[in-house]
Design a protein around this ligand. Structure first.
Ligand code: MN
Length: 418
């Protein structure tokens, strides 16, 4: 006798989970692209804290920084690379000799050599020809391989580049020693359908190498695009905790992992019970507050106010929760406000051994609604104002500090700033 079936998961019935690679390797970008979020800085010791938790959770590969960025960055990469973590520690570099050398000196297990490949980037950013880019890529992949580190080849803006050139460039890098290749949707220009189409073409024309994607969230599609890539055989998605990263960020680690676990029924091997912990750690160290409506880790992800929803959740949590908060290390909250109904009030009273008659419950509900609807908005307006001001101020170096540094370098700021 089978259990009564109450939920149909058509994601699984549609066979999506079956097309995923047998083992997905999670490549964390929190400490590299995530740190490139404007105004964010992680000290070497902070990187080690984040890396330790992620490694314990089962993340396979971590890009912990670009050693040539600064002395502290160099120290950070070296510190994490020598910490004996289970994850493979990777350092990133341009296809420039001293950059590659710095990664090797830091004792990274792997290097990820990146260069732009769209004609737009070649013409306006690098001022290099396609031939020069290919030559630099081959030269540095060969150099890194000769020094005994794992070689990943990455191009920026892959999805807006001429496809024939993409094929030529990657095959040359694979011949030169790259065993893993990353295709980057640097400005979030991809849709799930296009991603599948693109990867199918890549699989037909690239020489054998492990495939990886780096998806940005400019149109809110980073996780969807990463899933689309996984569905057609890509093994290594890039993610950032809390979806940090340049502009609107990268594919969110917690969203991608939980979508795979819940929607696809896929065992990621990630210890999801520590998702809340790592999310809070990164929120604290990055100074970037998690949006209240952020999936999985936002304050509202497991909060219920409306009477209908609260009533459903009290009777059976799965009615309005696609996953249980406890699974990701969180707790459910009932919010009392304008939309509150009697079930949530009764539930709260009962939990605290307070017995109320139905009339008394109705009275309490009415009073809660009155209070919520009569509250002044002054406080919330002040908060939003303060938050915006703080966002302007706290990021990076202030205008005053910038011009002070310019002055200390012996230059005279323009009259309007004196
Ligand atoms: Mn990026």
């Amino acid at each position: 006798m089978g259990e009564e079936r109450l939920v149909w998961n058509y994601n699984i019935e549609a066979g999506l989970g079956k097309q995923l690679p047998p083992k997905i390797l999670f490549w964390d970008e929190t400490m590299r692209d995530g740190e490139q979020t404007p105004g964010v800085y992680f000290s070497p010791e902070e990187k080690l804290r984040i890396a330790t938790v992620l490694s314990e959770m089962g993340v396979d590969i971590m890009d912990v920084g670009i050693p040539v960025v600064s002395k502290e960055e160099y120290r950070g990469v070296k510190l994490v690379a020598n910490a004996g973590l289970d994850a493979s520690i990777l350092a990133a570099c341009r296809a420039v000799r001293r950059d590659v050398e710095a990664c090797i000196e830091c004792d990274a297990d792997e290097v990820s050599i990146f260069i732009a490949c769209s004609d737009l980037h070649l013409k306006y950013k690098l001022n290099m020809t396609r031939e020069q880019v290919l030559e630099a890529a081959v030269r540095e992949c060969e150099y890194a391989k000769a020094h005994g580190v794992g070689v990943t080849f990455v191009t920026e803006d892959t999805f807006r580049a001429d496809f024939d050139y993409v094929v030529t460039l990657y095959n040359a890098a694979i011949d030169a020693g790259a065993t893993r290749v990353v295709l980057s949707d640097t400005v979030g220009y991809t849709s799930p359908t296009m991603m599948r189409w693109f990867i199918e073409r890549v699989k037909k024309r690239f020489k054998p190498a492990q495939l990886s994607v780096h998806c940005h969230n400019d149109f809110g599609l980073a996780v969807a695009n990463s899933l689309a890539a996984l569905e057609v055989g890509v093994e290594v998605p890039h993610t950032c905790v809390n979806g940090l990263g340049e502009r609107s960020g990268n594919a969110s680690f917690e969203e991608l992992v939980m979508a795979l676990e819940v929607l696809y029924g896929y065992k990621t091997g990630i210890d999801v019970s520590r998702i809340a912990e790592v999310s809070k750690l990164v929120e604290q160290l990055s100074g970037i507050p998690i949006a209240v409506n952020k999936a999985v880790v936002g304050y509202n992800s497991f909060s219920h106010e409306s009477g209908i929803h609260a009533d459903g959740v009290i009777k059976m949590t799965s009615t309005y929760e696609p996953m249980q908060p406890e699974r990701v290390g969180r707790e459910r909250r009932f919010i009392f406000g304008k939309h509150t109904g009697s079930a949530a009030v009764e539930d709260r009273l009962t939990r605290h051994r307070v017995h109320a008659t139905p009339d008394q419950v109705r009275q309490i509900v009415a009073m809660i609604k009155d209070l919520a609807e009569s509250r002044s908005k002054d406080e919330q307006e002040a908060f939003i104002h303060m938050y915006r001001e703080r966002e302007e101020k706290r990021r990076g170096v202030s205008d005053a500090e910038f011009w002070d540094i310019v002055r200390r370098a012996g230059l005279t700021p323009p009259p309007e700033l004196r």
